[in-house]
Design a binder for this molecule. Structure first.
Ligand code: Q46
Ligand code: ZN
Ligand code: ZN
Length: 342
């Protein structure tokens, strides 16, 4: 088997696309495919100011790399969760991201929001004090990540928040939502979530790539990423659905892509409607972010934040570029991005 473009014999064979390419041409195919997805789903245009949520894993670093190669203006956001385990997970993640930024995107800004420095505790600490999540820190972690991403995107004037969710992530969430017929979630699962009521616009440019395709891209580009998953990801439900879908894919190559693509088609045809009795949103009485319940939002309640000042992400914790660019941006917020896989 040979590369379709240059006839080289060292190839990456993509059975489901009936395509074999060498490393260099694979990289080009991957970048071009991302641009096609950006256009197909009308994610953003050339004027966009993109904030890429980076975790130190292959998907998010590959995304920052590809957007840079495509000539988009993008900065990174890393949220330090204070999760170490036996592998110094958070420290290792930040180290990989800093190396990547210095080497690949030196002109971009990397925003680092350290949760302990900003709010006084690590994620495992706040999770232990809280009943959310029944002993697992993921619920507290997800809520905090969503809040910080939305808030920082809004406060710093980014027009779009990009995450590295891949096809395996999206198909697993789709399977979970389908098995429970979560029609409200199904109506909202999309490559683009429009900005609304203080929530940043969110996009997933890698939603059509298999996880192994983003891993291959990271490999051919020599991106050094954190191989380990978060220690708390072991045995979670998303991984269980990923395993089931991998079994299906082994029996029937392309099944995962079809499952997701045909869902998007049905969704575009109006098969899933958002519930009509949409819950009314209120502004949190402390931070002003939208929340379903009157009073304080879930984030301010969990972190026991009682004054607007302490809800603000500390400017000192974040390197800021061109502060006056952002002065006229209203403080906006949020609670609706899927952060599994970040
Ligand atoms: S980082 Fe946070 Fe995940 Fe770790 S604690 Fe759970 S939610 S598993 S993607
Ligand atoms: Zn080639
Ligand atoms: Zn609040």
């Amino acid at each position: 088997m040979r590369c379709r473009k240059c006839n080289s014999s060292a190839v990456i064979n993509m059975r489901h696309h009936k395509l074999a390419l060498c490393g260099e041409h694979y990289g080009e195919w991957f970048v071009d495919s991302t641009q096609r997805a950006i256009e197909k789903y009308k994610m953003f245009d050339r004027d966009a100011r993109i904030l890429v949520a980076v975790s130190g894993g292959k998907d998010s670093l590959a995304l920052w790399d590809v957007l840079t190669r495509l000539g988009y203006t993008s900065d990174g956001l890393y949220i330090g969760l204070g999760i170490q385990g036996d592998i110094a997970y958070s420290d290792q993640s930040l180290a990989r991201i800093r190396e990547f930024q210095e080497k690949v995107v030196p002109a971009a800004t990397l925003h680092v929001v350290d949760i302990q420095e900003t709010y006084g505790k690590t994620i495992p600490q706040i999770a232990r004090e809280n009943t959310r999540g029944h002993g697992k820190p993921c619920a507290a972690c997800g809520l905090t990540k969503r809040y910080v991403m939305n808030r920082l995107a809004a406060e710093r004037g980014y027009t779009v928040l990009a995450t590295g969710h891949n096809l395996d992530d999206e198909a697993a969430v789709l399977m979970q939502n389908t098995l429970h017929w979560q029609t409200g979630y199904l109506a909202r699962q999309a490559p683009v979530l429009e900005a609304s009521d203080g929530l940043a616009r969110k996009v997933k440019p890698f939603c059509r790539f298999y996880e192994r395709e983003t891993a291959t891209y990271a490999l051919v580009r020599g991106i050094d990423y954190v191989y380990d998953e978060c220690p708390h990801a072991v045995g979670n439900l998303t991984n269980f659905y990923k395993t089931l879908l991998n079994q299906l894919e082994n029996e029937s190559p392309g099944a995962k892509l079809q499952f997701y693509i045909q869902f998007l088609k049905a969704r575009a045809e109006g098969f899933f409607q958002a519930p009509a009795d949409k819950t009314e949103l209120h502004a949190c009485e402390v931070c002003g972010q939208p929340t379903t319940a009157p009073g304080r939002c879930a984030f301010c309640r969990m972190w026991n934040i009682t004054s607007a000042q302490s809800a603000v992400i500390s400017a000192d914790a974040i390197p800021v570029r061109g502060q006056d660019e952002f002065d006229d941006v209203e403080a906006r917020v949020a609670e609706s991005v899927d952060v599994s896989g970040l």
